[in-house]
Design a protein around this ligand. Structure first.
Ligand code: SF4
Length: 239
């Protein structure tokens, strides 16, 4: 039992819509003289924690080879270990970036090997300033004057929210993707499941887990996750 084609097509359609709208925004943004610092081979954000819907995870799981799925599961178990041992959210993120490390779907050339099905969060993260600011340790390594200069530069840069160097409207454009995933899960499963990218992608490939999801049986799905050693209250959440 896996997700239906209808559900996977809904996710793909939501992504296609996002790509079109984001493309239009980027066209206008760059035509106005602004620069986007992301591009092929830039992977500074690929060691960040990623949250997504089970609908999106099911799409990723549907295309992975057995070897890729094994790598994703190994990563998921490192994510779980971090979630179970990190003392707080900041340390969780720091360890995720430094110790859990880069996404196993990142290729040796620095490009995403599953670009066509990458999650919403991977799609909507664009930098309006040098990609060095996306790298773990950059902010921590800055002196106080450097941090003040960074904040001034962020406020001067069009498209940011004034707090960080990411392009805020492109993040906002992903809201309809989340909403479409939410509705599709409700329609298909009578529940919503959200959580960690690698944990949910691993679970989405497990027939017993997905059979419980298809029945709308949250308790059975959690039992399956527990049996697989993949349960965590913040890495898998039901609504
Ligand atoms: S799915 Fe692709 S873009 Fe997203 S974190 Fe992994 S390698 Fe990076």
């Amino acid at each position: 039992m896996t997700a239906s084609n209808a559900l996977l097509e809904t996710v793909k359609a939501a992504y296609a819509r996002y790509e079109q709208e984001a493309g239009e925004f980027l066209h206008e943004y760059t035509a106005a003289g602004n620069q986007v610092y992301c591009g092929a081979g830039c992977f500074g954000c690929c060691n960040m924690p990623i949250r997504l819907s089970l609908a999106e995870a099911a799409l990723v799981a549907s295309v992975l080879t057995p070897e890729e799925a094994r790598k994703v599961e190994r990563h998921a178990r490192k994510v779980l270990h971090n979630a179970r041992t990190a003392p707080d959210e900041d340390e969780y993120v720091r360890r995720h970036r430094l110790k859990v490390g880069y996404c196993p779907l990142l290729g040796a050339d620095g490009a995403c090997t599953r670009y066509e099905v990458r999650p919403t969060r991977c799609r909507d993260t664009f930098s309006a300033m040098s990609a060095v600011y996306c790298q773990e340790g950059t902010w921590e390594g800055m002196t106080k004057p450097e941090r003040r200069e960074y904040q001034r530069e962020v406020r001067r840069t069009p498209g940011t929210d004034g707090e960080t160097h990411f392009i805020a409207p492109l993040e906002a454009l992903s809201e309809p993707v989340w909403e479409r995933c939410s509705r599709a899960m409700r329609r298909e499963w009578n529940l919503e499941a959200w959580g960690d990218f690698w944990v949910l992608t691993t679970l989405a490939a497990r027939p017993a887990f997905m059979a419980a999801i298809a029945r709308g049986d949250k308790g059975a799905a959690l039992r399956e996750a527990r049996q697989a050693g993949l349960e965590h209250p913040e890495l898998i959440e039901f609504a």
